[in-house]
Write a protein that binds this ligand. Structure first.
Ligand code: CA
Length: 668
C-alpha cells in the first residue's frame, strides 16, 4: 500500500529491535549459500527447458507438472536434483507444455506447492508457473518497438493511471474495458466527442504513463472476469508476470504476455513511456507465499520476537538487504525493462528497501538503457528493524544515483496535510507554507535563499540533482485534488475552487524537478470524497469522461500548462547548480511566492521568467522589479505568445488576483 507522509524514524527503535533472536536469525541466513548464476527459474537452452530453484534448507524439492493452471492432478512429478549454490534443478524437453509447481520438504515436512519466485508466466490466479518463454511471445512489429529517449530526466512528465480506470466508464468509447488492450485503442471518443483513452493521454502532453501495479497480484479473482472486482493491486503475488485480470484470457499465460506488450507498443507508438508501479517491499500473505514455502524466514525481515516485521503496514516487509532477495528484485526489474521494454519504475514504499539494492537496480537498468527512470516513495508505513541510514528513505536520496523520491513537502505545502482532510495549504490561503513550496520549486536541492528550518517536513535538501525530485500535489492515495479542495474549503464557490485547483498545478508544473499528475485531475476528477478507493467499485474509481466534456476549459488549461513546460527548458534545469544560479526568489508579502528564472536558463528563448503565486484568498499587492513584461499566464489563461504587456514603474506594486498565478517574461 502506498505511503503515508514524511515518517520520522527513531534510531533508538532500530537499536531496540536488534534483539538476540533477530541477530541469531540474521547470522543463520548469512550462512545460506548464495547462487550467482543468471538462470534461476525456467530457462531454455541447448534444446532443453531447465527449472532452477534456490532452496538451500530443503531436503528435497519436487517439480509437479500439470495440464492446466488450476485444478486437476499432476501429470508427472519429478525429483529435482541438488545443484550448486543451494539450488535444485530439473531438466525437461524444450517442448514441455502446461504448468508446474515446486514443493519443498523442509525438516521432514512437506511444504505447500507454489509457483517459483522467478516465474515469468503463470496460469489463472498465479498459482502455477507455465512452460512459456515470454521472449518468444511477441505482437507483430515488436522487434521494431522503441522506447522514448528523454534527453534528461527533468524532461519527463508523469501521468499516473490505473488500467481499469481509463476504460471502464460506459461512455469511454473504449471496447476492451478494464484491459491492457483498452490502452491500445486509438480514435476513441466520449461525450461531446472528447478524446478518451490512449488519445487523451497523448493529447494531454505527458511523456510517461505510470500504471498502478500491473504485476500479478492476489486480490482480484481472475477466474471471474464478469464479476465486478476492483483493486489497486498493492498485494503482489508473482513479481515478474503481468496481472491476469487485465488480460482478455487470464488462464492463457501467453495472452497476458502478448497483450501487455501490445500495450507497451501502443504507448511507444504515441511517444509515451511506460512506468510500472512495483511493490517489492512486501508480498500478499507472507505465510503462504512461495518465499516462505521454499526458504522459511529468509525473504522477510523479522521483528524482535522473531515474527514478521511490518514496515509496509500490510503484515510483512521484504528483506531486500539479503543477497538472494536483492538478486530477485534486481533481476525482476531488469526483466521487465528488457523483455517488456518498460521505461521506468515507481517503487512503492521504497523506504523499506535498502540503499544497496536500489543502487544495484540503477546499475542493472543503466546497462539496458540510460533512459529508464526510477523513483519511489521515500518512506514506510510502519517501523522497520533495518537501520534507517541504510534504507532508501527520502532523506537518503542524495546517496542514490539516478533514483528520485516524491516531494511530500511540496504536496502538503500546496494543498494541506494529506490525511487531515479539512486542512488547507498555501493555495487555499493557509499562511506559513511559503518555504515548503520553495523547497519543491528548487526540486529539494540546495539553494542559497532557502531557509530549510521553515520547511514543513525535511529540514535539509535531500536531492543532489533535480531529476531526483518528483513534484506533485496529489496521487492515487488520499483524496483527489478536487475532493480535497471541497473538503478543506467548505465555504467556497465552485469557481473559487477551480481557480485554486489551477493554481495548485501551475505551481507544480512550473517547478524544477519532475512533475506528476494523477490522470483525471486535469478534468477535476472526483471520487465522491472517498480518500482510500483501493477496493471501491468502478463507479468511484473510473474516469468519468463526461467531466472532460463538461470541464473542457480546465482540460485545455492543463494541456497548455504542460505544453508551456515542454516548450521551455527554464522549467526543466538539469542540475542543482543551474537552479541555484538561475532561480532567484523575490521579497514578497505573506501568502505570496514570487521568483525569477533568469538569464535564458537552460538555453530558453525567454530571457527572464517571473512567476508570482498568490495563495491568499484576496487580491494582494506585490513589489516587482521595474520594467516591461509580457504576460504569458494569468489565472486560468495561458498564451506563450503573450496575453499582453505590463509595465511596472519603480516602487509601484502590482496587484495579483486572489488564488491565482501570474507568469511574466522579459527579454524574449
Ligand atoms: Ca492476479
Amino acid at each position: 500500500m502506498a505511503g503515508k507522509a514524511a515518517m520520522v524514524f527513531c534510531l533508538i527503535m532500530t537499536m531496540l529491535a536488534r534483539s538476540p533472536i533477530r541477530a541469531q536469525q540474521d547470522s543463520t541466513f548469512a550462512q545460506y549459500p548464495a547462487y550467482n548464476g543468471n538462470d534461476l527459474g525456467l530457462t531454455y537452452q541447448a534444446g532443453q527447458a531447465r527449472v532452477r530453484v534456490w532452496a538451500p534448507t530443503a531436503e528435497a524439492l519436487a517439480l509437479h507438472i500439470y495440464e492446466t493452471g488450476l485444478g486437476g492432478k499432476p501429470q508427472k512429478t519429478i525429483a529435482m536434483q541438488k545443484a550448486d549454490g543451494g539450488t535444485w534443478v530439473a531438466t525437461l524437453p524444450a517442448a514441455t507444455s502446461g504448468f508446474y509447481t515446486v514443493q519443498a520438504t523442509i525438516s521432514g515436512k512437506k511444504m505447500a506447492e507454489v509457483a517459483e519466485p522467478y516465474a515469468h508466466a503463470v496460469g489463472a490466479n498465479g498459482q502455477r508457473a507455465a512452460f512459456v518463454d515470454p521472449d518468444q511471445i511477441n505482437p507483430q512489429g515488436w522487434l521494431a518497438d522503441k522506447r522514448p529517449t528523454p534527453a534528461q530526466f527533468t524532461d519527463i512528465i508523469i501521468g499516473e493511471l490505473h488500467v481499469r480506470d481509463l476504460s471502464m466508464h460506459p461512455a469511454s468509447g473504449i471496447k476492451n474495458k478494464g484491459k491492457y488492450l483498452g490502452l491500445t485503442e486509438e480514435g476513441t471518443r466520449g461525450p461531446q466527442g472528447v478524446s478518451t483513452g490512449l488519445d487523451h493521454l497523448a493529447e494531454l502532453g505527458i511523456t510517461h504513463v505510470h500504471l498502478l501495479p500491473t504485476n500479478d497480484y492476489a486480490s482480484v479473482d481472475e477466474t471471474q472476469p464478469q464479476k465486478p472486482q476492483f483493486n489497486w493491486g498493492y498485494d503482489p503475488l508473482n513479481y515478474t508476470v503481468p496481472e491476469g485480470s487485465y488480460a482478455t484470457q487470464a488462464a492463457q499465460p501467453a495472452v497476458r504476455i502478448k497483450e501487455f506488450k501490445q500495450m507497451v507498443q501502443a504507448l511507444h507508438g504515441k511517444g509515451l513511456g511506460l512506468v510500472l508501479d512495483v511493490v517489492y517491499n512486501h508480498t500478499f500473505d507472507a505465510g503462504r507465499s512461495a518465499f516462505e514455502q521454499l526458504v522459511p524466514g529468509y525473504y522477510y525481515r523479522q521483528n524482535a520476537k522473531g515474527g514478521f516485521s511490518d514496515a509496509s503496514g500490510c503484515g510483512n516487509e521484504v528483506a531486500s538487504d539479503r543477497p538472494m532477495v536483492r538478486k530477485l528484485i534486481v533481476e525482476s526489474v531488469a526483466y521487465w525493462a528488457k523483455t517488456y521494454h518498460v521505461d521506468g519504475f515507481r517503487f512503492d514504499l521504497m523506504g523499506i528497501l535498502d540503499l544497496e539494492t536500489m543502487r544495484a537496480v540503477s546499475t542493472a537498468l543503466d546497462k539496458i538503457s540510460p533512459n529508464i527512470f526510477v523513483y519511489g516513495e521515500g518512506w514506510t508505513a510502519g517501523n522497520s528493524p533495518y537501520p534507517y541510514q541504510k534504507r532508501a528513505l527520502k532523506a537518503n536520496t542524495h546517496q542514490l544515483d539516478r533514483v528520485a523520491a516524491f516531494c511530500d513537502e511540496m504536496r502538503d505545502g500546496i494543498k494541506g496535510h494529506f490525511a487531515r482532510h479539512e486542512e488547507t495549504g498555501f493555495a487555499g490561503g493557509k499562511p506559513g507554507l511559503e518555504e515548503s513550496l520553495k523547497f519543491g520549486i528548487v526540486a529539494a536541492c540546495q539553494h542559497p535563499q532557502l531557509d530549510y528550518k521553515k520547511v514543513n517536513y525535511s529540514q535539509a535538501p535531500w536531492a543532489s540533482t533535480p531529476g531526483q525530485c518528483i513534484n506533485y500535489v496529489a496521487c492515487h492515495d488520499d483524496m483527489v485534488l478536487w475532493d480535497k479542495l471541497a473538503a478543506s474549503l467548505p465555504n467556497t464557490t465552485e469557481a473559487e475552487r477551480r481557480a485554486i485547483d489551477l493554481l495548485c498545478n501551475t505551481i507544480v508544473f512550473t517547478s524544477q524537478g519532475v512533475p506528476f499528475l494523477p490522470i483525471g485531475d486535469e478534468f477535476l476528477r472526483t471520487k465522491q470524497g472517498i480518500s482510500n478507493s483501493y477496493n471501491k467499485p468502478d463507479s468511484i474509481n473510473q474516469l468519468d469522461w463526461a467531466r472532460k466534456a463538461r470541464y473542457q476549459d480546465v482540460f485545455n488549461f492543463y494541456k497548455q500548462l504542460i505544453s508551456l513546460r515542454r516548450n521551455h527548458p527554464a522549467f526543466r534545469l538539469p542540475t542543482a547548480a543551474l537552479i541555484a544560479q538561475h532561480v532567484q526568489f523575490l521579497p514578497s508579502p505573506a501568502g505570496i511566492i514570487a521568483y525569477q528564472i533568469k538569464g535564458h536558463a537552460g538555453g530558453d528563448r525567454w530571457g527572464d521568467v517571473t512567476l508570482i503565486f498568490n495563495g491568499n484568498r484576496t487580491s494582494t499587492q506585490v513589489p516587482l522589479p521595474a520594467g516591461t513584461y509580457q504576460t504569458v499566464l494569468k489565472g486560468d489563461k495561458i498564451n506563450e505568445l503573450g496575453l499582453g504587456t505590463l509595465t511596472v514603474a519603480n516602487g509601484a506594486p502590482l496587484t495579483i488576483d486572489a488564488s491565482s498565478a501570474l507568469i511574466l517574461t522579459q527579454g524574449n
